[in-house]
Design a protein around this ligand. Structure first.
Ligand code: PEP
Length: 251
């Protein structure tokens, strides 16, 4: 079975309700759904319940940017995966590099959040990727191997086939420097081989691996043209309807 292609917009901490509503209204007009393609928007948390209305009757799916590792309790400021489920989120980003670097999220925590999402039937988009220093010192493969194997170590085996990964080289996020399709493919193949080593070829072949890092309307077709790249995680360019819909149209 062909792997699903996912094009997800990470709005980060941007857009107020009126802007979000306008953006989604434009996307609803411009985005055409295609077989095997999922289009997802990931607004900041307080916009999620509003966004559920905006995407009513639309081809666009809803995702969140982060969640707690627990479902309820004394965790001030956190958001339960159970609440995300009730609010209509089909997807949730986990381990985005901004969460790792600014909020100290470890690989273990990312793994536990991933399992919590899977328990609620939400598809986690697990972000992995190396810093510029790690790439320059040749440590990018081992960095990514550790990120992946620690996540798997926290998961029930029954959940293995429901994971999505996003390869996001930190040096490409929000910098305008995109990995070349060749660089992305090299890492995507490496990630798939690592998954195969841990979970076997059935899981590896079924797992969608997205690319993220300055993806835009000009480079999306080249990236999506690679059979190893099963979609895109888009930050800045997902905030403009014209850009995001052009990215989607390039699939
Ligand atoms: C991201 O934050 O996930 C991302 C890919 O951002 P950008 O597209 O702006 O580089």
């Amino acid at each position: 079975m062909a792997r699903k292609t996912i094009i997800a917009g990470n709005w980060k901490m941007n857009l107020l309700p009126a802007d979000g509503e306008e953006l989604v209204a434009e996307l609803n007009e411009q985005v055409e759904i295609k077989e095997n393609l999922e289009v997802v928007i990931c607004p900041q948390m307080a916009l999620v319940p509003l966004a559920l209305d905006w995407i009513y009757d639309s081809v666009i799916q809803l995702g969140a940017q982060n969640c707690a590792e627990k479902l309820s309790g004394a965790f001030t400021g956190e958001t339960s995966p159970e609440l995300l489920k009730v609010l209509g989120c089909r997807y949730c980003l986990v381990g985005h590099s901004e969460r790792r670097s600014l909020y100290g999220e470890t690989d273990e925590l990312v793994g536990r959040k991933t399992q919590a999402l899977l328990n609620m039937g939400i598809t986690p988009i697990v972000c992995v990727g190396e810093s510029l220093a790690q790439r320059e010192s040749g440590d990018h493969f081992t960095t990514i191997d550790t990120q992946i194997s620690v996540v798997f170590s926290q998961l029930d085996q029954t959940a293995w086939t429901r994971l999505v990964f996003a390869y996001e080289p930190i040096w490409a996020i929000g910098t305008g420097k995109t990995a070349t399709p060749g660089q992305a493919v090299e890492i995507h193949q490496h990630i798939r081989n690592k998954i195969k080593e841990i979970a076997g070829h059935v899981v590896a072949n079924a797992t969608s691996i997205l690319y993220g890092g300055s993806a835009n309307a000009a480079n999306a077709a080249d990236l999506l043209g690679e059979s190893e790249i099963d979609g895109l995680l888009v930050g800045g360019a997902s905030l403009k309807a014209k850009d995001f819909s052009q990215i989607i149209a390039s699939f």
